[in-house]
Every structure is written in C-alpha cells, then in structure tokens.
Design a protein around this ligand. Structure first.
Ligand code: JFZ
Length: 414
C-alpha cells in the first residue's frame, strides 16, 4: 500500500502454522474485558496485596469472606454489557493471589461456595452466559497462592518455609488439580496466568503444565505470565510507543487506578481516553484488555457501565476499522493511528483531534478509489499534491474533513 510497509514476517508463525491458526481469533478480537471479582470488593481494598503488604492482617482480610454475597450477580447482564462494549472476549479472575476460588473447587474449601454467603459456583453461570453470546472465555488464575499451607510465601515479611520439596510437591499437585478442574469443567479459550514471578519455570513445572492444559483444551491460548511458556506478550511498561516485536500482544489496563472494586477510587478514565488508548493498540496490531471491578454483591460500578456503553457506541459504528484488521502504516505517513484490512486494500485513519485544516497522508504510491467517513458514509474529497509525473516520489494527499462529519469521540476515515 505504501512505500514503507512494516515487516510483518513472523518467525514463529512461519515455524509453526498451527500456532497462527490457534491465535487467529485472539488476533482478530482486539478488545477484551478483564474482570477482577473477589472478596477484596467487600472492603474495597487492594486485591490480595493489602494483606501481603501488611495494610491489614490476614485474619481481617479473610473476614471479607462473610460479606461476599453476590446477591445481585446477574451473569447475563454482565455478558450483555461485555458484548455491547464491542469486546469479543473476557477474562475472569477465578482465583487471585489470596487463594479464594470463585468456583466449586474440590482441591480446597477456600472457595466462595464453602466460605461465603454467595454459597454457589460463580464461574459456571458466567461461562454459560458468555458462550451463549459466542464470545471467547478466558480464565485468570494466580499460580502463586499466599493462603495455601504448602506455598512458601505468606506475606512480604513472612515465609512458611525456605526449602521443603515435599510441601512444594503437594502445592504443584494442588495447582495442577485446580487447573484440571477449570479446564475440564469450563473448557476455556484462554488462560491468563499471574504471579509466575515468585518461582522459576522449573518449579512451576511450566512445560508440563502447558502440555496438560493443551491436552485438556487443545486450542487454549496462554498469556505470557508462565515464565516464558505463553503464546503472547503483555507489555509491562503500559501502552507501548513503538510496536512490540512480538506478533501477538495485549495491553491490560484499569478503568480507574484499581483492578478490583475500590469505593474510594474515582479516578476514572473518560470514554475518549479509553478509545484513544484502544486505537493506539489497534494501530500497533495489539489487543486491549480493559478491566472492571464488580462490587461484592455483583453489581458493576456505574462509572464502568458508562465507559463500556460509551465504548460500545463507538466500536459498533467503526467495526470495519477494528475487528480483523492489521497494524497500520508507519507513523511517518499520517499524524495518528491507522489500521489496514487483512488484504491491505483498505486503510483506516483515526482522527483523535479536531482538524484545523485538511488531513494529510504522505508517501502513498497506489491509487485511491474513494475516501469516506466510517459509520456515516459521508464521501470526502481529496487532492494529490506534489507528485510530478516523471517522479516516483510519492506526493501528499490532502483530505477535507467537514466539521459536521466528526464523531463526538474519535472520527474514522476509510
Ligand atoms: C498482577 C496482580 O498482582 C494484580 O493484582 C492484578 O491482578 C494484575 C492484573 O496482575 O499485577 C501485575 C503483575 C505484573 C505486572 C503488572 C501488574 N507487570 O509485569 O507489569
């Protein structure tokens, strides 16, 4: 399409065609909703870390079990809201670092069925609701478990043991047991592991774990937090400013400054800010996994409902520029994010700012058939300037974008 198309040759894909096939839905999905739901919503404090870091005692942290009611939990409403946002997948915390399982595990009674007034499996009905809508289901699972008596680390200042192979062995069996339950009962499309940093790949038995997970669900996708045994990258410094070198990646991001529900955190991003972060991800060929934190009764904070609905209006209008696209053209061609259709015949320009004159695209070599505003069809006039007939140097393409055609958030041109 243009003179400097990014190098899209992916060594891993070339080496293993099955890998690319397995990753396809993830690559095309672009938007996921992350859900941090656990007993930490009762007091509205940091998930797990609040006791680990000594903000309160373990006993006081666990008292939250008594307040976790899930009284107004409506998995169909959750799934509807997720679908309306334009997300194609979701990732639910089945067990955070505090060890409290959200499903009816047989490996331990530290779960919401046995230990909270909710008294029922909370994962199962959500998986059903998600599947009914043809969305992909991801399960978050913390490999480390600060509650398990066989796990060495308890809090920042307290270890249960330094080296005890028998205990560690029991812990690894426990993890495999829980993951076998999750795999066989829920057949997840994706696992989002966390907490791998506390142990090595050898200790987690990461290779064997990956093989077991693939045995239970052959096409399951694994995130990167499995000590190098995952399928895709999670940028750790936040939103990348240059495209990551990994072929598949996902930025996970909070809507305010907390993963779980925190009553005193009102620092929400606007719909516009979320969309602008999202289009940067799209432009670099990645996904956005946007987090929400439901309350202990299962209601989703109104600010997060508004963000998801606002995002939904925008994604619905601009679907062609989002789903199934590829990373856009290099930044030097256009002052903003772009995407390309898979066959590279369509270029989408995102217009995050109110233009003060015509937009410009530089360095195009091929013919432009037409330019229009996505989602409302307004045809735009353009003018090629500075391309001499004898020269191969591409000219400048000026595009007039009238005020009336602007989207209230981010306009998209096709
Ligand atoms: C982890 C958890 O500890 C946290 O509570 C939350 O669940 C989050 C989604 O995941 O926190 C991390 C771990 C690693 C990075 C960032 C947050 N990282 O490498 O940038």
């Amino acid at each position: 399409l243009c003179s400097f198309l990014p190098d899209t040759i992916r060594s891993q894909e070339k080496a293993d065609p099955e890998f690319a096939a397995r990753m396809q839905w993830f690559k095309d999905a672009k938007l996921g909703i992350f859900i941090h739901w656990g007993i930490y919503a009762v007091d509205g404090i940091d998930e797990s870390w609040s006791f680990y870091n000594g903000y309160l005692s373990y006993e006081d942290y666990m008292k939250q079990l008594n307040g976790f009611t899930a009284k107004n939990y409506d998995p169909d409403y959750w799934a509807d809201l997720i679908q309306k946002s334009g997300a194609k997948y979701t990732v639910l915390t089945t067990k955070h670092h505090d060890g409290v399982a959200l499903w009816d595990t047989e490996q331990s009674d530290l779960n919401v069925v046995d230990k909270t007034p909710a008294g029922r499996d909370l994962v199962a009905p959500f998986v059903d609701a998600i599947r009914k809508r043809d969305l992909k289901m991801g399960l978050y699972y913390s490999l480390l478990d600060w509650s398990d008596p066989n796990y060495p680390n308890f809090t920042r200042n307290q270890k249960r043991y330094e080296n005890d192979p028998a205990k560690w062995d029991r812990f690894v069996k426990f993890n495999f047991g829980q993951l076998r339950e999750l795999s066989t009962r829920f057949k997840p499309d994706l696992y989002w592991f966390d907490g791998d940093w506390e142990q090595s790949a050898e200790k987690w038995k990461a290779a064997a774990l990956r093989d077991s997970l693939r045995h239970w669900s052959p096409s399951v996708i694994l995130n990167s937090r499995l000590q190098g045994y995952g399928d895709y990258a999670t940028p750790e410094q936040g939103l990348p400013i240059v495209p990551p070198s990994e072929p598949y990646w996902e930025l996970c991001m909070t809507t305010n400054d907390s993963w779980g529900y925190q009553y005193n955190d009102h620092n929400f991003k606007t719909v516009n800010q979320v969309i602008r972060i999202f289009i940067d991800c799209l432009s670099m060929g990645g996904n956005l996994l946007l987090d929400i934190g439901p309350k202990a009764d299962g209601t989703i904070p109104s600010e997060q409902v508004e963000i998801l609905e606002g995002l939904g209006r925008w994604t619905k209008k601009h679907q062609d520029a989002i789903y199934g696209t590829e990373a856009g053209i290099p930044p030097g061609h256009y002052y903003g994010p772009t995407t390309l259709s898979k066959d590279k015949t369509m270029l989408y320009l995102f217009v995050p700012h109110r233009p003060n004159g015509p937009l410009v695209v530089k360095g195009l070599k091929n013919k432009i058939n037409r330019i229009w505003v996505l989602g409302n069809g307004t045809k735009l006039s353009h003018k090629i300037v500075g391309k001499a007939y004898w020269s191969s140097v591409p000219g400048l393409c000026y595009i007039d974008l009238p005020e009336e055609a602007l989207d209230p958030e981010v306009t998209v041109l096709a």
